[in-house]
Design a protein around this ligand. Structure first.
Ligand SMILES: *[C@@H]1O[C@H](CO)[C@@H](O)[C@H](O)[C@H]1NC(C)=O
Ligand SMILES: [Zn+2]
Length: 429
């Protein structure tokens, strides 16, 4: 019976996998490299505006630059990624996909889903598959359409949807190129469901007694599709701006808490352009109306996956001068998460204030209007951002063999987090 119901999905997934990627039409990065500059590095010193800052912290700044840019001999730097095209290629499914691996069967759908990154169409079919597999736990809903007409899909996970429990929101893919965040949100969701079903007494049952969950694994469907079809390193959404050759608004910083469009984020061609007004990005508008307009739901937790740099970030983003009311608790749960990751895989995740990561301590205006601050301001008191692997060797281009290891360490982090939220007083480190 179940098999018959699922047949159309399997057939569609096989078809989706067959759609060949037009790799030769993809944006070419053979003339670019990613550098790591040590010490506090000011990108304004660079002799070109064609630069894309991948990561900043107190020790180093990673920047994608054209190969032919002359760098000052006094700067202390190394080449982080020399062959960008090759690093990009390694994140796509095998070229030979089309033979054996494109035929999904029911038994290996769960297994094979995390062997490689998946495009939007396949992910959305997998959402439907989850609903058919766990009809009493999972509902899939579109909360609206994006600029390019894609559905923005969310999944509600609940063992009793009528009951208005405290709700935890988990999101990924707000930045299109951060593929590991999409796979990780999916992985965490799948583990939660499977463990719930597999054992009569388990911690997942306890979680679903206490909480409802909303998962939004692909907050930026237009951008995500664009990274599969045209430009692997695209970050923003695909909305038009007042400069016709520069599309896209950074969804992450287009929320209305402390939103400001100052000189660091007001130029449409920049990667952190935050629009002309708060909620200018359609996706942020849709999220806001779904979560908070006419909704009786009490949101309690928020985990937003990003990459890369292995960090756990707590509010605020817009400024380092303000400390959240439950600062001690947020730091405590963050260190607990970090510890549970270390115990799972040995990986070190640093705990820092989001303002430092955004750079708003050094450059006022950076990080204004962030989704993290917005959720926290809307009384989602357990709001965190998790920046996943790695620490720079692959940057945004984490090869697909890391999907399961990262998923695994994040699932343990998620379990720790939920246990902590059940009763912060009872959690013993
Ligand atoms: C460059 O930076 C690295 C990392 O901070 C440091 O270990 C190294 O000594 C620096 N080299 C020079 C020449 O300053
Ligand atoms: Zn990000």
């Amino acid at each position: 019976m179940v098999r018959i119901l699922l047949f159309p999905f399997i057939w569609c997934m096989a078809r989706a996998a067959f759609v060949s990627r037009r790799r030769d039409e993809m944006k070419d990065y053979s003339n670019y490299v990613v550098y790591r500059f040590y010490d506090k590095f000011d990108t304004l010193q660079l002799p070109t505006t064609d630069h894309d800052v991948w990561s900043v912290n107190e020790q180093f700044t990673d920047v994608k630059l054209p190969k032919n840019v002359k760098l000052d001999a006094h700067w202390n730097y190394t080449v982080l990624i020399k062959d960008l095209n090759n690093a990009i290629r390694e994140t796509y499914p095998m070229e030979s996909m089309g033979d054996e691996s494109s035929i999904f069967s029911l038994s290996d759908l769960d297994e094979s889903f995390f062997n490689g990154y998946k495009d939007l169409k396949t992910i959305y079919l997998w959402f439907d598959y989850l609903h058919s597999t766990f009809p009493d736990l999972v509902s899939v809903q579109s909360i609206g359409r994006t600029h390019e007409g894609n559905d923005l899909k969310i999944l509600k996970i609940s063992n009793n949807p009528k009951e208005n429990k405290k709700t935890i929101v988990v999101t990924g893919g707000i930045h299109a190129r951060e593929w590991i965040t999409v796979s990780t949100a999916c992985y965490v969701m799948q583990q939660l469901l499977h463990n719930y079903k597999d054992h009569v007494r388990n911690v997942e049952r306890h979680f679903l007694e206490k909480f409802n969950y909303v998962f939004i694994p692909v907050i930026n469907p237009d951008g995500y599709s664009y990274t599969w079809e045209t430009d692997r390193l695209w970050r923003k959404n695909r909305q038009d701006t007042y400069i016709s050759s520069c599309k896209g608004i950074d969804i992450e910083t287009s929320f209305n808490y402390k939103w400001s469009n100052n000189k660091v984020n007001s130029f449409p061609c920049d990667e952190n352009y935050n629009g002309e007004h708060a909620f200018h990005a359609i996706e942020s508008q849709l999220i806001n109306s779904f979560l908070f307009e006419n909704s009786p739901v009490k949101y309690h937790g928020f985990l937003d996956f990003h990459s890369y740099s292995q960090e756990i970030l707590y509010p605020y983003t817009f400024s380092c001068d303000t400390t959240p009311n439950n600062y001690e608790n947020l730091v405590e749960v963050s260190f607990g998460i970090s510890k549970s990751i270390k115990q799972t895989s040995g990986k070190v995740y640093d705990v820092i204030a989001a303002c430092k990561d955004a750079g708003s301590d050094l450059t006022p205006g950076m990080g204004a209007g962030s989704i993290l601050d917005y959720m926290y301001h809307n009384e989602v008191q357990w709001s965190l951002q998790l920046k996943l692997r790695d620490t720079g060797n692959h940057g945004f281009l984490l090869p697909s063999k890391f999907i399961k290891p990262v998923g695994n360490e994040m699932y343990n982090a998620f379990r720790y987090y939920c246990e902590f939220l059940v009763d912060p007083e009872l959690t013993v480190n």
